[in-house]
Design a binder for this molecule. Structure first.
Ligand SMILES: *Cc1c(COP(=O)(O)O)cnc(C)c1O
Length: 368
């Protein structure tokens, strides 16, 4: 089925095959033996054998797709990425001090929230430069006693991405690295040897809203503050295989369909190659034009979220209307930064980026 190209930053487009499969299974999910279960996944007990079958498969596929090492735990939670801004310090800040690197709106939010639970030390910030590049890790002022160091590895609003995770050990720190990878999870490989904990809301690249993924080193479990709510205590969640309370069952099932779709595409490695090509096509078109501009330093431009501005802001409305007429949806930039933003998550095919670039060139010609 042909649909418009949806450039939403999140909740974002899902592969059409995933939506079709979910539609087919909606009233009557066929169980492990292919027999009709008589139920939608939404209607199943989260402890019953049908859902346990789904959970086991999703867990195994996630581990495979993200190449998660054995000494990491995978948790399915609720509360979103913003919830994790509190949940991480509630679980990991026993030493009372933590380091934050602020590279855009999302790490700024994490910084503010963590301050309710711990003393937050600003190790580096690019705010004075307007969030257009990542401070060189060798310049970060890390505290020797920090419980962890937090980064947002892809800033969804400012379009700034760590193309390589910092190697804290090489910087003389033994603190675990906490990574908000909400908006580029599964778009590229992860060097888990550098990660203590990574979290992601599912609604960018993995499925629908309502599910939060946490991947964490096992040795970081069991350190929660006493005030940590039980449902958000990583140790309890891990010991109950994410079933300490009712997990977001339907969202987990949809994520499972997305993971199978990723496997059919050739896995994260194949998607990464396509994602690099997609981003390159769009950034080249922006850089070559006189009308459009992207202000992020090329070395840290996001492959997933491409913010761009029309140098004549008065053309914004006409640009968006023309895009909509051509089936190019949700290109308006985040309200805090204005302009445009094209999110190129895994489910955005190369053809979508080609169509956008063709439209941008046409629009520029008409308005030159
Ligand atoms: C979308 C996003 C979040 C999401 O938070 P929610 O609580 O799910 O709204 C967090 N961090 C980043 C980097 C994001 O892009």
């Amino acid at each position: 089925m042909s649909r418009p190209f949806n450039f939403s930053a999140g909740p974002a487009a899902l592969p059409v095959e995933v939506l079709e499969q979910a539609g087919q299974d909606m009233l009557n999910w066929p169980n492990a033996q292919g027999q009709p279960s008589g139920m939608s996944v939404m209607e199943m007990s989260h402890r019953g054998k049908d859902f346990m079958f789904i959970y086991e498969q999703v867990h195994a596929n996630l581990k495979q797709v993200l190449a998660v090492p054995d000494h990491f735990k995978i948790l399915f939670m609720q509360g979103g990425g913003i919830g994790q801004n509190a949940i991480v310090p509630l679980n990991l800040s026993r030493a009372g001090v933590l380091d934050m690197v602020v590279t855009g709106s999302w790490s700024q939010k994490s910084f503010a929230e963590a301050g309710k639970y711990a003393q937050v030390h600003l190790a580096a910030s690019d705010e004075a430069q307007g969030f257009c590049h990542i401070p060189e890790p060798s310049t970060w002022k890390l505290s020797p006693q920090a419980s962890y160091v937090h980064i947002c590895s892809n800033e969804t609003i400012h379009g700034v991405e760590f193309h390589e995770l910092p190697h804290l050990e090489a910087l003389g720190s033994t603190a675990p690295l906490v990574v908000d990878f909400s908006s580029h999870v599964a778009s590229r490989s992860v060097d888990w040897s550098r990660v203590g904990l990574a979290f992601a809301g599912a609604q960018k690249n993995l499925g629908p809203a309502g599910l939060t993924l946490v991947v964490m080193r096992e040795d970081l479990l069991g350190h929660a503050l006493n005030i940590c709510p039980s449902a958000f205590n990583y140790d309890l969640v891990a010991r109950h295989d994410s079933g300490f309370n009712t997990p977001p069952t339907f969202a987990i099932y949809i994520m499972g369909l997305v993971l199978e779709w990723i496997q059919r595409q050739g896995g994260v490695a194949a998607l990464e190659t396509t994602n690099i090509a997609k981003a390159q096509l769009l950034y080249e078109a922006i850089d070559q034009s006189k009308l459009y501009e992207n202000r992020v330093h090329p070395s840290c431009r996001s492959r997933m979220n491409v913010p761009f501005y029309l140098r004549q802001e008065s053309l914004n409305a006409a640009f968006l209307a023309g895009a909509h007429d051509r089936g190019l949806l949700q290109l308006r930039g985040h309200k805090s930064v204005g302009g445009m933003r094209a999110s190129l998550y895994n489910a955005m095919p190369m053809q979508g980026v080609q169509a956008l670039v063709a439209y941008m060139r046409e629009f520029e010609k008409v308005h030159a």
